[in-house]
Design a protein around this ligand. Structure first.
Ligand code: FAD
Ligand code: FES
Length: 1250
């Protein structure tokens, strides 16, 4: 930290003194849910404001490239921070309630603006002063530093000579600048460098020198500074000279995030020599030069030509040389330069393929004099298509060139099947598609510069050259106003912020791993299987036990009770005994004094395996008859044979939907604390299911459950991933703490968390559907296969939910659906938000699309004519009462102006060949309740203290969904006291026993009723004292009741009145009630790259009477964006041996701020109520996720428009997720035809579909 000052969110404001405006506005605008990302969001905004006190909207949108949030869907975060900009206006425009000042019953949720708001005005002059000793002098930056430990020596020389001496003394020393390339390897592979030299402060490596040829930039210059330098030159030099600079600036928009660009250096990028580097193809194509020096002081200049990157991560700089600077040359007249990049996610992602392309034309601007096409992602190095260029030089730059160039590129660069990185057909197609874009762009620029009247590029082709520039995101949120007659003190139905919002934004919120170390505490690291299916021959921890700090090795022999556990079946092991069933299965654990010591030693445990044949995919499981249940879960109603006989049209097909990682921001974390007495143990666990952890720990340790207490204050996200998964860490930790009788802590690294835990199941559906000619559905026969992994966890519930949601919102008289759970060598897959419903709904909407195409009816008309109506029976014979599905549908069609926009889209598509738009609408019927109604129960405990304060406990866990806030709103209404008098500190098994898991969107319903009942009991007991002293205060009534020896503590218990469904007779209610919704999404796709953007989404949700519209809209938006990830971006990729490639944020891409719909409008259905839940509310944490499939189908329609342009009007298969690869490859054209898919079975693929 020498010479640096670090500011954290804790330093800029707190809840005790004063909130910083950034913290306050984020909290007030509902921009924080679980709060795990909030300090990062605050500091990104704070940094922007410190650098630019009055930023533009675009500045704000760009400041969060490197921040991810899994809960909110980003809209409220952006709303909060847009309020710091000059342009800030309410997204409602003229409809803004401030503008209209009407008394309409609908209102918009809106961040209070500065004028008349409760938010503090931002005043940059009030910011903490940057330490003046650092501001006024750079002496500390000029000091030579050496840090050393017994493992590493870290040098920071400040003179070039000193650097060269160090390089001489330590020839193997690792040079670092940003340390992003080196440091990441350090963490992920435990690489060890005994000597490190940081070259960040050497003047020669920071110098910038403009020359006539271009600009020399010091190797240690960061990308942020590089961007500024180039922008300055773009502003001052003639346009034709700075075409390379413009391309680099454009590329930097897609390069990592701000935080990374602030430290990554130009030299580090060149020396890392990554084959997917974004900058190196530009540098090579531009013919940059580098200067290097060796230890003898000799300098040489190397041209970054096709030879420069000669092998994987190798370049022409020798190991004893140091890179000093880089020349980025100017371009010449008639020289054109462009950069391209396509990644899985638009921002902050590694390229699948990128390119730098340069052409120099002769003086007439027609004939090619020089051509350089340089690619990343097309080889194990940055590669130049030299043969292609050689053949094309001296040719005319005209339309005849394109096919020839594509053929040459195919010959020279095309990737063989099974190449590392996979996606070979897509990458080959991108390679030629990028050239086509380059060709068109140069044509456009030539045209622009030559005053030609004749257009060289047809108008319908021109949009192919544009990169989609997002407008500022905005949206509105509509919900019903509170009735005037509702008392002010009554908070139910009000749009109140999450009660922990300010703790979240100030960093005061305590998560499990924030708990201060306890006396004698140890750390645990897991030893996991590296094989997918194998016998364990030996497990040797002897070397690990010799390592510093190591206390013990724990395995199955240390389990005093039952080594088996599980939710639906006892089919998982705390520690593997003689066989491993998936890569990541826990074999043992190292316990050490510190986390680093435990992690290092865990790597040193040697495991010998005898490999067995694994099964990974659904098809392999079907072929091997490998299932987790002997019989399929079957839903039968009516007679499908009769239904098909009565049908005019019968379609058959299959569709696949990939899985999804939970990607909760807080990884699995627990602390186990033995009391030292009578086998008692307390566990702090980041779990959604404390009761399950308590019962499993007790069984594992062989003690009764009353000895084990499990607590959770809050979770950093859960999304279902902390139901069954949490047991994996908690149980091994309990065994360790029990054996050593010391507190032990374990917090998983992101990649090990992802490998060890299960996720959302991939699904395959095989369907047969019969319809009348007019489009009325007659029969559905469907086989659903879910990939459950090696053990059941909750795959039975998930698959059943898919089975019973196979009708989504449509009346189907004859149904036969069978759900099969495949047993494979993957982690035990489990519940994730929606638990099977998104899959069931998606399969249904897929065959609806196919049916529409078969009938020649538009999909929206087919959907509309089959929607359920009031009183209809579902296939499981449950009548739909208060069915608001049609109202949601009508409202969303109106709100989105669907028909008008469909016409606009048709016009757009007819005018654009390489960009297409699509729009789709879909309904949703979502069943609320657990599969077994035994889960539909809850308890609450209310203590009133003699000062009138209330401590409220219930069985639900707070994980960002605002549960505690809603429960306190309910308690406040019943007790008729302000919310500020009520507090919830944590959820614990010793306060409310046997609580159901916090999941299935039911927790507010169930616990809310329990809270209401408990508070009612208290109110009844206080009634005599109120009657005696009606003018008294709450405190007076409480005190008199206490003095009169009345208990001020009460429990509440609630169960839903419904009985379990009988699957034999297909009778009894499956669900307590239904939530309804509908959504319309519009997208634009780039058919040449597969890129897409969601232009607009409209959602109407029926959630009864909202308990808290702000929190509920937050849930809707957050769920929708998570669903958007599921259906478009997030792809779980494994190797043929089961290795998970996508185990961390570097490879697994959740939606970022840049991916959300440009416009997102959410309305809560007016005038809805629900007699089956507390205060007429409805559960909603999960349903809106399913509506994100509307984006998938909008993409599908856009692709269909592209295919129609080449005469392909037949049905085409598009599985989920609709990734850039799938979009591009489905948009068949001359470029895709060049690269037919290789024959399955003729090669070993790099990645397998699960
Ligand atoms: C979160 C994240 C996101 C990323 N996203 C992208 C992306 O979108 N696009 C992309 O292209 N890349 C991306 N990267 C990779 C990134 O570009 C590289 O890690 C980075 O370029 C390395 O630069 P650095 O300054 O951090 O180098 P360091 O890690 O400090 O060093 C890298 C290598 O350069 C050598 N070296 C450094 N200086 C010299 C010198 N003067 N002379 C000789 N050798 C030297 C070092 O010895 C080391 O081998 C990302 C990385 C991270 C961590
Ligand atoms: S609030 Fe952003 S990750 Fe939870």
């Amino acid at each position: 930290m020498h010479g640096l000052a670090v500011t954290t969110t804790e330093a800029i404001g707190d809840t005790k003194t004063r909130l910083h405006p950034v913290q306050e506005r984020l909290a007030q605008s509902h921009g924080t849910q679980c709060g795990f990302c909030s300090p990062g969001m605050v500091m990104s905004m704070y940094t922007l404001l410190r650098n630019k006190p009055c930023p533009s909207l675009a500045d704000v949108e760009n400041a969060f490239d490197g921040n991810l949030c899994r809960c909110t869907g980003y809209r409220p975060i952006l709303d909060a921070f847009h309020s710091f900009t000059k342009e800030f206006l309410c997204p409602m425009g003229d409809e803004c309630c401030q503008v209209k000042k009407t008394q309409e019953s609908f209102t918009s949720e809106k961040l209070p603006t500065e004028e008349g708001s409760e938010c503090v005005t931002y005043d940059p002059s009030q910011e903490p002063i940057f330490p003046s000793e650092l501001q006024l002098n750079d002496q500390l930056d000029k000091t030579r530093l050496v840090f050393s430990s017994n493992r590493v020596k870290w040098f920071r020389p400040t003179a070039f000579n000193d650097l060269m001496i160090l390089k001489y003394l330590y020839p193997d020393a690792q040079l670092v600048i940003g340390n992003t390339g080196v440091g990441c390897g350090w963490q992920s592979t435990y690489q060890h460098y005994p000597e490190v030299i940081a070259v960040t402060n050497i003047p020669e490596l920071l110098a910038v020198e403009p020359t006539v040829a271009g600009v020399w930039i010091g190797a240690s210059t960061t990308l942020t500074i590089l961007q500024e330098i180039l922008q300055e030159l773009v502003n001052t030099e003639p346009e034709h000279k700075t075409r390379v600079y413009v391309a680099i600036i454009d590329m930097l928009k897609w390069f990592a995030g701000n935080q990374v660009r602030n430290v990554v250096s130009i030299g580090g990028s060149i020396m890392t020599a990554s084959p997917t580097s974004d900058l190196n193809p530009l540098f090579v194509s531009a013919r940059c030069k580098v200067t290097v020096a060796n230890k003898d002081g000799d300098q040489r200049t190397i041209v970054m030509d096709e030879q420069f990157f000669y092998d994987h991560r190798k370049n022409m700089v020798k190991p004893d040389e140091v890179l000093i600077n880089v020349l980025i040359p100017f371009t010449r007249k008639n020289e054109y330069f462009e950069g391209y990049k396509q990644a899985h996610r638009r921002k902050n992602d590694t390229a699948i393929v990128n390119a730098g392309m340069r052409v120099l034309l002769d003086d007439d601007g027609d004939v090619i004099k020089e051509l350089c096409l340089c690619y990343g992602g097309m080889a194990c190095r940055t590669v130049v298509a030299t043969n292609t260029a050689a053949h094309l030089v001296a040719k005319n730059w005209d339309d005849d060139l394109v096919q020839e160039a594509c053929d040459l590129l195919e010959k020279e660069l095309s990737l063989p099947p099974g190449v590392p990185g996979g996606m070979e057909t897509y990458r080959n197609t991108l390679c030629v598609s990028f050239f086509f874009k380059f060709y068109l762009t140069v044509q456009m620029k030539r045209n622009a510069g030559s005053n030609l009247t004749e257009m060289k590029v047809p108008s319908s082709y021109q949009s192919a050259t544009c990169v989609f520039e997002r407008e500022t995101s905005f949206g509105c949120q509509m919900f019903e106003k509170i009735q005037d007659e509702q008392q002010r003190i009554d908070p139910v139905g009000r749009a109140l912020p999450h009660l922990a919002a300010t703790q979240n934004t100030t960093g005061e919120a305590v998560f499990v791993d924030d708990t201060r170390p306890l006396a004698g505490e140890l750390s645990m690291a897991l030893v996991v299987s590296t094989k997918s299916h194998a016998k364990l021959i030996t497990v040797d921890a002897s070397r690990a036990l010799q390592m510093p700090g190591v206390v013990d090795f724990i395995d199955h022999k240390d389990v005093p009770g039952n080594n088996n556990f599980g939710l639906a079946a006892q089919d998982q092991q705390v520690f593997a005994v003689d066989k491993v069933m998936y890569q990541g299965q826990i074999i043992g654990a190292i316990v050490a004094e510190t986390r680093t010591e435990a992690q290092r030693a865990a790597q040193a445990v040697v495991v010998e395996y005898e490999e067995l044949t694994p099964i990974f995919t659904i098809q392999e499981a079907i072929d091997s008859d490998s299932f987790l249940t002997s019989d399929p879960l079957t839903l039968r109603n009516g007679d499908v044979t009769e239904g098909f006989n009565a049908s005019d049209v019968v379609i058959e097909g299959e569709t696949y939907m990939g899985g999804q990682e939970h990607f909760y921001p807080e990884t699995q974390t627990s602390i186990a604390v033995p009391s030292g007495e009578d086998n008692e143990m307390t566990l702090l666990v980041a779990t959604q299911f404390l009761h399950y952890i308590q019962q499993s720990v007790a069984a594992t340790l062989g003690v009764p459950r009353n000895k084990i207490v499990c607590k959770a204050k809050r979770l950093g996200g859960g999304f279902g991933g902390k139901v069954g998964n949490s047991a994996l860490v908690a149980l091994s930790l309990a065994v360790a703490a029990n054996k050593l009788q010391r507190p032990v802590r374990c917090s998983l690294e992101r990649t090990e968390d992802t490998r060890i835990t299960g996720s959302r199941q991939p699904f395959l559906g095989r369907y047969k559907v019969g319809l009348s000619r007019a489009g009325i559905i007659q029969a559905l026969e469907l086989d659903i296969y879910s990939n459950g992994g090696y053990a059941m966890d909750l795959s039975n519930i998930t698959t059943l939910r898919a089975v019973v949601h196979a009708d989504n919102g449509y009346k189907i008289p004859n149904v036969l659906v069978r759900g099969h759970i495949c047993k494979t060598n993957l982690p035990a897959n489990n519940v994730m938000r929606g638990a099977g419903t998104p899959q069931g709904v998606f399969l249904c909407e897929q065959w609806m699309e196919r049916a529409a195409e078969a009938l020649g009816i538009s999909p929206d008309k087919l959907r509309e004519m089959n929607l359920y109506k009031e009183g209809d029976l579902t296939p499981y014979n449950q009548p739909l009462t208060d069915c608001n599905l049609n109202r949601c549908w009508d409202d969303v069609m109106k709100q989105s102006d669907y028909e008008h926009r469909q016409n606009d889209i048709n016009v757009f598509n007819s005018e654009n060949r390489w960009k297409k738009r699509g729009i789709a609408v879909m309904p949703l019927k979502y069943g609320m309740g657990h599969k077994l109604h035994s889960g539909d129960q809850a308890g609450a405990l209310v203590h009133v203290y003699t000062d009138g304060s209330v401590l409220l406990a219930h069985g639900g866990v707070e994980m960002g969904q605002g549960l505690h806030t809603k429960m306190i709103q309910i308690a406040s209404r019943v007790l008729k006291i302000p919310m500020s008098k009520i507090h919830t500190s944590e959820t614990s098994t010793d306060k409310v026993p046997n609580a159901s898991h916090t999941a299935a969107s039911m927790t507010s319903d169930l616990n809310g009723m329990a809270v209401l009942i408990a508070c009612d009991v208290i109110m009844k007991r206080l009634q005599p004292f109120v009657a005696k002293n009606p003018a008294g205060s709450w405190e007076e009534w409480v005190t008199t009741a206490y003095t009169d020896r009345v208990s001020l503590s009460a429990t509440g218990f609630y169960k839903t009145p419904k009985e379990d469904h009988d699957w034999q007779t297909n009778s009894g209610d499956t669900y307590n009630y239904f939530s309804y919704g509908a959504a319309v999404s519009e997208v634009e796709i780039d058919t040449l790259s597969g890129d897409h953007v969601v232009l607009r989404t409209d959602i109407v949700m029926d959630i009864g009477q909202s308990l808290n519209p702000a929190i509920d809209i937050g849930q809707i938006e957050g769920a929708f964006i998570q669903g958007y990830g599921l259906f478009t971006l997030e792809e779980v990729r494994r190797s043929p041996t089961g290795f998970l490639y996508t185990a961390g944020p570097g490879t697994y891409k959740i939606p970022s701020m840049n991916d959300i719909p440009v416009r997102l409008n959410v309305s809560l259905l007016k005038g809805s109520s629900n007699p089956h839940a507390v205060y007429s509310s409805k559960g909603l944490g999960e349903p809106p996720l399913c509506l994100a499939a509307s984006v998938f189908f909008a993409i599908r329609h856009a692709i269909a428009a592209a295919r129609a342009d080449v005469g392909l009007n037949d049905f085409f298969l598009l599985d989920s997720p609709a990734t850039a690869e799938k979009i591009r490859m489905a948009c068949a054209d001359q470029f895709t035809r060049q690269f037919p898919e290789p024959k399955k079975g003729s090669y070993t693929p790099w990645v397998i579909g699960l």
